[in-house]
Design a protein around this ligand. Sequence first.
Ligand SMILES: *Cc1c(COP(=O)(O)O)cnc(C)c1O
Length: 403
Amino acid sequence: MNEKLHKDTATVHTGYDSNSHHGSLAVPLYQTSTYAFESAEQGERRFAGEEEGGIYSRLGNPTVHVLEERMTELEKGAGSLAFGSGMAAVSAILTHLTKSGDHIIGSRGIYGCTFGLLGIMERKYNITHTLTSLGTEEEIEAAVKPETVCIYIESPVNPTMELADLRAVAAVAKRHQLKIVVDNTFASPYLQNPIDFGADFVLHSATKYINGHGDVIAGLLVGKDKDEIEEIRGTVQKDYGGIMSPFDAWLLIRGLKTLAVRMHRHTENATKLTDFLKTQDMVEEIFYPFDDANPQVEIAKNQMSAGGGLVSFTIKGGQPMAQAFMNHLGLIKIAVSLGDAETLIQHPTTMTHSGVPADDREKMGISDGLLRLSAGLEHADDLIADLNQAFEKVANEEEALSS
Ligand SMILES: *Cc1c(COP(=O)(O)O)cnc(C)c1O
């Protein structure tokens, strides 16, 4: 097939031909650690890279390979690598791109463990970083130093939903020859393709929307240069060893098939929840990329095809009120992670970002009343009813306290 497939189709078909697998419609699970060679000489050729084929599953596995091909197609890259977690993908690409003395520019408000990793790199290897909002060229330009090597972006960013302007980042990166890495977990490859906007690498916590069913921890890295991806496969990935298991790849292949339909429903539900939250007196601020009141809505619409499934909001009364509100929810589960069928709510100050010092959290725009909702696949009316009864209960409690 030469014609470019729609993403909805690529998630189902790319990288697999059932005719070469006894007609098996489902991608087979090659649950093996090693591969028998037909002869000593074949083993020699495989190790020398002269012949395609299996050697050992840390270096490649046919089931994992199908997932990698699908991701390459979905993110419009030239090659992909599968990892045992999103953080394994983050640490692999940052290790690949930096050496001691280098400097990284990152999104302000970033995944908590990525923030932790940047701290380790600074303390142990003198690789420094500047976190800034990446909304305008001037802001990004101001953070560039002679030793800067890459710009590490999350957009929308966790958990404040602030956006980086991908075109502005690309303009600055081009001037200074910096590599661009985008953590595209929140948008999913269905709603945003950073390589279209000049990114060199795109990574995902596949734990989230790619899998979509809350039963796997995994990561994926896509690059626009095939040779560089293969270099990482043969160095940082092989020798640090944070690979994906074949069974997890098999589950991800299954989850990925419904990405398109899921993203439509996640977006529809998040939009309805945003509209409901706007009607609530206890809600102070709402952060949703495609909300018309969002000052960055133009940037969102320029680089995303829809708003996605995450909405954050601040509740009046800070941490005590945020926690009381969560405790009154029934259908909506109190849990970190996102992109699952179940709607989840979490409190960044005491959960995902509790490891970030309070003053850094403040710089990231994470207040103690901030809550992050991951809209699931349920009927929106049931979710709204749950939120509504929790708002009523905290309002009544507050009234009782103040009277
Ligand atoms: C979850 C997440 C990660 C880390 O992924 P794991 O699969 O948990 O290791 C990185 N970035 C973002 C934006 C995430 O949501």
